[in-house]
Structure formats: C-alpha cells, structure tokens
Design a protein around this ligand. Structure first.
Ligand code: SF4
Length: 347
C-alpha cells in the first residue's frame, strides 16, 4: 500500500477494510473568535469518503466547505479558528487527537491538498523541480539527484511537455494550467490516500479546466485515492463526483448520490443552485438567481438558516432548525418540506 512502508508514515495502520471509509468526519464544529463575535463556520458536519471515491462539496463562499477541509488537513489558523467539537477519522484514527508532529507526517504523505491559486501556493524563488523534489528529500530522505529524477518523473506524469528540460524552470515561466499541474504533481508525489482539491480549476479557462479534471480522475483511477472536490462549479461536479454534499451556513443541507441530486434535488437550496446553471438547451431563457445573500456567520437566522431566501418557507422554518432527514438509504435533506421539494411544488 502507498506510504505504509515509508519512514515518515504515521504510527497507525493506514489500511482500511473493503467497503470501509478512508475518511470519516463526524459532527465537526469550527468557530472563529472575532471582534465582531463568534462566527460559527462549521456546525455539525459529517461525511465520509471511501478509497477511489470522489465526494464533491458544493456551496457558496462562506458556506464552510474550505474551513472543513482545513480542519481535516490540520491547517486551520488558530487563533482565530478553533475546532470545538467532532472527530476526523482517517483510516479509523481520530487525527484531531494526534500530536502535531504526527499530523505533519500525515500531510503530504497520506493526505494532500491542492488549492485554487497555484501561483501564490508555489514559491517564486525556487524552481518547480526543487519544490517537487523537496517532498522526497524531506519525507523520504532522498539525495538531491534522486529527488530531481523523481520530480522529472512526476512532471511527465502530469503531462508537462519536455519535463526534463522544464524541471529547472520557475513558477512564473509556466502558464496557469501548467502551474496547476505542477501543484498536482507536488500533491500526488508521495501517493496520498486522500486528496483534497479546493477549487482546483476556478482560475483556469474552460478547456484547461477539463484537462486538469481529466488528469485528476486518471490519477485517481491509477492509485485508488479518495478525493474531496470543493467547488461551486456544478458542471465540474456532474462529470467527476460520485457523491455530493451541499453546504449552507456551515451545515450540510443535502447529501446524495450525484445522479439523484442532479435529477431531482431534495432541498430548496440545491434546487436553486442547479437552477442557476446556464443551459444551452434553454436558449433565451433567463438564468435563475438565488435571491438575497448568504447569512452572516456571527448572526445566523433562527430556525432554518436558509429561510430568508427560501421560496418554500413556512412559519415552522423560522423557529425550528431542520435535522438532516433521511430521504432514502443514500440520501439526506435538511428541509422540513423535502417531500414537497421533490414533488416540484410550489415553484
Ligand atoms: Fe426552506 Fe423551510 Fe426547507 Fe428551510 S426548512 S429549506 S426554509 S422549506
């Protein structure tokens, strides 16, 4: 298994049984203590990812999707961010209870993350080959020469043309799409079991977006790694994800198989998000916008946090927070009226 024999592997078993989750986030709560008050960024999020599976986490900015990922990776800025409750089980081990040294070993080697902005994530004063090679020098104790050869191999694997000639180039000498490939090369260098991709294609044009997503899917097929894809781009999700978690105001409001969710959403927010995608087959028709703004996390609305923007709202929604109702075996919705939403009324 990848990493299990590495010197830098953490002191717990990284194998998971067939059908067992690689990652389980259980009732996670994260808050930011700010001058304006306590911002409740993540409020009881639970989800899981199996080996080879892709979970897409969707939602507007500020919905808590990236903060949840930072908490999983152990890169939350503390202060002001604090995990106040919950567990993050990786291969069965709650990593929140591990010493920082063990978490550092997990990062990069077993769990890796790629970010939206490759230019600011790469160091401008070191060549890309040096930066990729560092993963092998630090985690696996390789010599500079060995690490450089590994860097060339990886640049080749993420399809950087003439990898051997480009290994000494600096980040600014690459296009946006190529820089994102360099980031992916760094992320997959040590064969992580889990890859978190936070808006990996947002800064790229549509053709390059498709190439990067294809590359991630191919790498995933080869290695069987689990992937969390954080995005607000529903087009990307439909192509690559197995399961979707839709987040709003720090909670999961719908969790479903991607095909079921696209075919018939069971939460008004998911329905509104899907309705806001421009469609070529409905030329001339206005694209729907979700009325209002996401709530302020220091002052969440009472009851259902989506109620000020919801076209299905009833009195009960203003006072009673909906639990995550089970719609079927593979699907949950945090809406008191999910049956009406599935029926299509009242819109
Ligand atoms: Fe809308 Fe009420 Fe459902 Fe919330 S609980 S999404 S306000 S219908």
């Amino acid at each position: 298994m990848p990493n299990s024999g590495s010197e830098s592997a953490p002191a717990f078993d990284l194998n998971v049984g067939a059908g067992e989750p690689l990652l389980e986030v259980v009732d996670l709560h994260v808050e930011f203590r700010t001058r304006e008050g306590i911002a409740r960024a993540v409020n009881g999020v639970s989800y899981s990812v199996k080996p080879g599976e892709t979970l897409a986490v969707l939602g507007e900015s500020g919905s808590g999707k990236s903060v949840t990922a930072q908490a999983i990776m152990g890169i939350l800025d503390t202060p002001p961010g604090y995990i106040t409750k919950g567990e993050v089980r990786f291969c069965g081990q709650d990593v929140l209870t591990l010493p920082e040294e063990d978490r550092r070993k997990l990062r990069g080697a077993s769990m890796a993350m790629i970010f939206q902005d490759a230019l600011s994530s790469l160091n401008p004063v070191f060549s890309v080959g040096w930066q990729i090679g560092e993963m092998f020098r630090v985690h696996e104790g390789m010599s500079r020469k060995e690490a450089k050869l590994k860097a060339i191999e990886l640049l080749d694997r993420v399809r950087i043309p003439s990898a051997k000639d480009r290994v000494g180039d600096y980040p600014h000498q690459f296009s946006g799409g190529m820089r994102q490939r360099v980031m992916i090369a760094m992320a997959i260098a040590l064969n992580p079991r889990l890859l978190i991709a936070d808006e990996p294609t947002t800064a790229l044009d549509v053709t390059v977006q498709a190439q990067v997503m294809d590359l991630l899917a191919e790498l995933q097929r080869e290695s069987g790694m689990g992937m969390i894809l954080i995005t607000h781009d529903l087009g990307v999700v439909a192509d690559v994800a197995d399961i979707c978690a839709v987040m709003y105001a720090g909670r999961i409001v719908e969790h479903a198989d991607v095909h079921e969710l696209y075919a018939n959403p069971a939460h008004p927010y998911t329905k509104a998000l899907l309705g806001s995608i421009p469609r070529l087959d409905l030329k001339g028709q206005e694209v729907a916008v979700i009325k209002g703004l996401p709530p302020t996390l220091t002052n969440l609305p009472t009851g259902c946090a989506f109620h000020p923007r919801c076209s299905y709202v009833k009195d009960r929604c203003r006072s009673e927070e909906p639990p995550l109702y089970s719609v079927n075996e593979h699907r949950d919705s945090a809406c008191h009226y999910w049956e009406e939403v599935l029926d299509g009324s009242p819109e």
